[in-house]
Design a protein around this ligand. Structure first.
Ligand code: DAH
Length: 348
């Protein structure tokens, strides 16, 4: 009997050592010390023994049981400790390591540029106007002094809408001038920016592109005002106060006189070549860049919206936004803006 208790005790200590979690320890405890465990079987068998043995074996069995209960508590503490130890190994962190910066999106370079333009003109007192991209021929052409048989209609390869008679995808932002003047009396100072459409597609033309249009109408508005506004705008856009502006005579049906506006080439700064002597390709070495169309609003256009050309005058200008962004960021292909390749977009 004696040796049986000893060997049971030994066996249980081995099992206890093998138990790796509190549940496994519990299993061992139930198996050996539980109500129907092996130790209880021994205690139950005591009654068949002679008195002398009953006492010594009983005592030994009880003592061993208590001892083993203490071993159980000890083993549980060991397991808890081991778990904490491995947690510290696997879950530790260095709170001094700089955090991972989440990738955030940002505005498209063209949108960004539009916001800058808006701010530049807002400082000169210009409000922002808006107009539809699907436009009536009436606004896109007729009201701008381009009647149906006018050759100027051929200057712009127009997308006509099949099912919406008399509608086009606007070829220019100039119709917003008309819509604004119809709604409002002078004085007027607005800019408008947005998508325009023409049947065109190459490195510098895309069937969809963006224009910026400006209009100022009031008493005594002159070409000097136009030149001042243009000059200031280009200096702000290219962030260079030395940029100059010049006008060349040109023709647009809705202005008289009409002109093309050039500004100092922002790449070679008017020198025709770069600091290292390389000829400037952007301005083809002439030092000037053609950037906008402009002019004094044609008296017929003023009459079309019910203004009296004897009392008020105005200037208008329009330029390609995409081209300005290309010049500003030295980009050589227009379609890069519209392909949404993140490797390109992320550079801005
Ligand atoms: N709408 C013209 C174009 O798309 C640009 C333009 C020229 C706008 C002269 C104007 C202007 O307002 O006065 O080619």
């Amino acid at each position: 009997m004696h040796t049986k208790i000893e060997s049971l005790k030994h066996q249980m200590l081995v099992d206890l050592k093998l138990a790796k979690s509190e549940t496994e320890v519990k299993d061992v405890e139930v198996r050996y010390l539980g109500r129907s465990g092996v130790f209880n079987d021994i205690l139950k068998g005591l009654k068949d023994l002679p008195d002398e043995q009953k006492r010594t074996i009983g005592k030994l069995a009880n003592e061993t049981k208590e001892e083993l209960e203490a071993d159980i508590v000890k083993r549980n503490a060991e397991i808890a400790n081991e778990m904490l130890g491995s947690l510290a190994d696997s879950e530790w962190m260095d709170v001094t390591v700089p955090g991972a910066v989440p990738t955030a999106g940002h505005r498209h370079p063209i949108t960004h540029f539009m916001d800058d333009i808006e701010a530049i003109f807002a400082k000169m007192g210009f409000a922002v106007a808006d107009g539809p991209e699907v436009e009536l021929e009436h606004y896109n052409f007729n009201m701008l002094n381009i009647p149906e048989d006018h050759p100027a209609r051929d200057m712009q390869d127009t997308f006509y809408l099949k099912d919406l008679k008399k509608h086009v995808l606007r070829t220019q932002t100039s119709p917003v001038q008309i819509r604004t003047m119809e709604k409002q009396d002078p004085p007027i100072r607005i800019v408008t920016m947005g998508k325009t459409f023409r049947k065109d597609s190459d490195a510098t033309h895309s069937p969809m592109f963006h224009q910026l249009e400006g209009l100022m109408v009031g008493k005594g508005v002159s070409m000097a005002n136009l030149k001042a506004v243009m000059a200031h705008a280009f200096q702000q856009i290219f962030e260079d106060p030395t940029i100059k502006t010049r006008f060349r005579v040109s023709f647009f049906p809705f202005v008289e006189p009409g002109m093309e506006v050039d500004c100092t080439c922002p790449i070679c700064r008017g020198n025709g070549k770069l600091p290292d002597g390389v000829p400037c390709r952007l301005c083809k070495q002439c030092g000037w860049l053609e950037v906008a169309g402009a002019g004094m609003v044609h008296p017929q256009v003023l009459k079309n919206v019910g203004y009296d050309p004897e009392k008020v005058s105005g200037f208008a200008f329009g330029f390609g936004l995409d081209r300005m962004v290309m010049i500003k960021h030295h980009i050589n292909h227009l379609r890069l803006f519209y392909e949404n390749d993140l490797r390109f977009i992320q550079q801005f």
